[in-house]
Structure formats: C-alpha cells, structure tokens
Write a protein that binds this ligand. Structure first.
Ligand code: COA
Ligand code: NAP
Length: 267
C-alpha cells in the first residue's frame, strides 16, 4: 500500500543520528520507523525497557538499521542526559532530538490535583527542556542540529478537560520559539509539529474513546483522523535538507481541525 513516505529518496536521512523520546509507541514509533527506513541511526527512549526492546527489534528487522533502546524518565535530567550521551557514543554524533514523550488524560480542571497538573507539565514541558538542554552541545557540534518538539493544537482554543495538556504544550511551543532564537547562531534549528487527531494512537484512545471518535471526525474538514505516517512524513521533511531554512515555527498537521469554526446556525 502507498505510504506518504514513498515520496522520499531511500537515503534522504543517511548520516543523521536521532534520539526520539516516546519512540517505543504510537506517533513517535512511526517517526523512528520512518527515520530508520530513510537511513538515520536512531535511539528510542521512554520509561519501559521491554516496550523499547520490542520496538527496536521490530525496526531493526524491518529497516536493517542499528536501533538503540535505552530507558529513561524525561523528568529525570540525569537519566535523559545519560541516554543522549550513550547514543552519541554509540553512533559518533547526535544531530537530532525528537521530544515526543507525553502524558495525558481527560479531566476537568476541578478534578486535577496539584500532582496531576504537575505530572503532565513535568513530562511534556519540563521533560522536553531537560532533553533539549542536555542535547545542545552535541547538536551544536554536529553542525546541523535539530530539536523537533511534538506538541498539539489543544491550546489554540479553550479545549475542555485539557487544561493540563494545553498548558504543557503551549509551553513547549514557546520553548520552540525561544530556543530557535537563542540557538540559531549555533546552527541548531528548533521546530514543533502539532498533530491533530491521529488514528490508532494512545492519545486518541484516551481523548476520544468510543462514540466520541465519530463525533470528532465531523469537526475535521478533511473528514478523517490523520495517520501516523502523515506525521512521520512531516518529521522527515523537517529533519531533511529541504527544511534547512525552517526554524522557530509550528507545522500543524491536522486535516484543518484547528481552523474549523462552524457557524452557530450550521453546527
Ligand atoms: N484524571 C485525573 N487525575 C489523574 C488521572 C485522570 N484520568 N490519571 C492520573 N491522574 C493523576 C493521579 O491521580 C496523580 O495525582 P495524585 O497523586 O494527586 O493522585 C497524578 O495524576 C500522577 O499520576 P501517576 O499515575 O502517579 O503518574 P505517572 O507518572 O505514573 O503516569 C500519566 C503519568 C498519569 C500521564 C499516565 O497516564 C501515563 O503514564 N501516560 C503515558 C501515556 C499517555 O498518556 N499517552 C498519551 C499521550 S497524548
Ligand atoms: P503514546 O503512544 O502514549 O506516546 C507517548 C510516549 O511517551 C510513550 O511511548 C511513553 O512511553 C512515553 N512517556 C510517557 N511518559 C514518559 C516519561 N515520563 N518519560 C519518558 N517517556 C515517557 O501516545 P501518542 O498518541 O502516540 O502521542 C505521541 C505524541 O504526540 C505526544 O507528544 C502527544 O502529546 C502528541 N500528540 C498526539 C496526538 C494524537 O492524536 N495521538 C495529537 C496531538 C499530539 P513509556 O510509557 O514507556 O514511558
């Protein structure tokens, strides 16, 4: 079956080395697969070593690439720094960090305990900062470094039951702009991809369970959920030389979901 990745040359990412947080599952597993398929050496990291090992074995068999799998919690700055160092030591360089690790659940603001709010902000926002901070020297030394943050469109509007994740992802997009400005002179680009609703992911299982999925599709101009490979294709573009002048921006890949504002009479 045709994949959006088929448009890329087989060696489009040859010579690159990426660490992908959250790379054992879902969207970021798709990014890891696409990167490895196109010649990038990849290290995936998240909390669960068994999940990472299974994904790495699958990707090695599928792509023939050396895929490293190292567990770390992004909330622990030393642990994520050790993973970045190990990937650089194994592959001789590190030029790409994909910050995909995240946590989310549906909860009204009144039901969010201080620890619930803090947990999501610490994984999505503070964890992305820990990884970017620890990766900076390697990304600078590589000459064409990239930080790719996986955010969302939740914070473009007041999304119900999503205060914690909206606050976290808004912070990540702010970090994208600030780091792009501070690190551009060091040759490091910093960008976000904001996926809309993507099918067959833990995110959508949590945010649109059961009948909610069909209702959610009605609000998407393209009339369907996105596919993991459609986010992976955007991630390949942003890593490739084709995006060498792209930094400090958010690429929204959402089928038009976030610009859809149905008139009251029509909804
Ligand atoms: N509603 C309200 N609060 C919730 C909740 C829910 N559905 N799920 C968890 N919490 C609260 C917990 O009660 C706890 O707060 P408390 O200590 O005041 O009771 C706090 O969040 C932390 O929960 P805990 O389970 O200890 O956190 P964790 O670090 O083990 O796991 C989560 C982090 C909660 C985000 C967990 O869902 C997770 O691991 N998610 C990863 C996968 C994922 O979310 N994928 C989708 C990405 S978009
Ligand atoms: P997912 O499969 O659950 O991915 C989240 C990953 O983060 C998991 O691999 C998880 O692995 C890892 N993780 C969670 N907490 C961590 C921690 N403390 N330290 C290290 N790793 C941690 O969900 P997904 O739906 O594919 O989401 C992937 C990304 O896309 C997220 O950033 C999400 O916000 C974003 N997004 C998704 C959608 C969607 O429609 N699905 C829409 C918009 C944005 P472990 O459990 O092993 O740690």
């Amino acid at each position: 079956m045709a994949s959006p990745l088929d448009v890329f040359r087989a060696d489009a990412l040859a010579g690159h080395v990426a660490v992908i947080t959250g790379g054992g599952t879902g969207i970021c597993k798709g990014i890891a697969r696409a990167y490895a398929r196109l010649g990038c050496r990849v290290c995936i990291t998240s909390r669960k070593q068994d999940v990472l090992d299974a994904t790495a074995a699958e990707l090695r068999a599928e792509t023939g690439q050396d895929v490293l799998a190292l567990a770390a919690d992004v909330r622990d700055p030393d642990a994520i720094a050790r993973v970045l160092d190990a990937a650089r030591a194994r592959f001789g360089k590190l030029d790409t960090l994909v910050n995909g690790a995240a946590g989310n659940f549906l909860a009204p603001a009144t039901a969010l305990s201080p620890n619930a709010f803090r947990t999501v902000v610490e994984i999505d926002l503070v964890g992305s900062f820990h990884a970017a901070r620890a990766a900076f020297a390697a990304l600078r030394d590589a000459g064409d470094g990239l930080v790719l943050n996986i955010t969302a469109t939740l914070h473009y509007h007041g999304t119900p039951l999503q205060l914690h994740a909206s606050a976290a992802k808004a912070g990540v997009d702010a970090m994208t702009r600030n780091l792009a400005v501070e690190w551009g002179g060091a040759g490091v680009r910093v960008v976000s991809i904001a996926p809309g609703p993507i099918g067959d992911t833990e995110g959508m299982r949590r945010l649109a369970p059961g009948d909610a999925a069909a209702r959610a599709k009605r609000g998407i101009p393209l009339g369907r959920f996105g596919e993991i490979d459609e986010i992976a294709a955007a991630a390949v573009f942003l890593r490739s030389a084709a995006a060498a002048y792209v930094t400090g921006t958010v690429l929204v890949v959402d089928g038009g979901h976030c610009v859809n504002q149905p008139m009251m009479l029509m909804s």
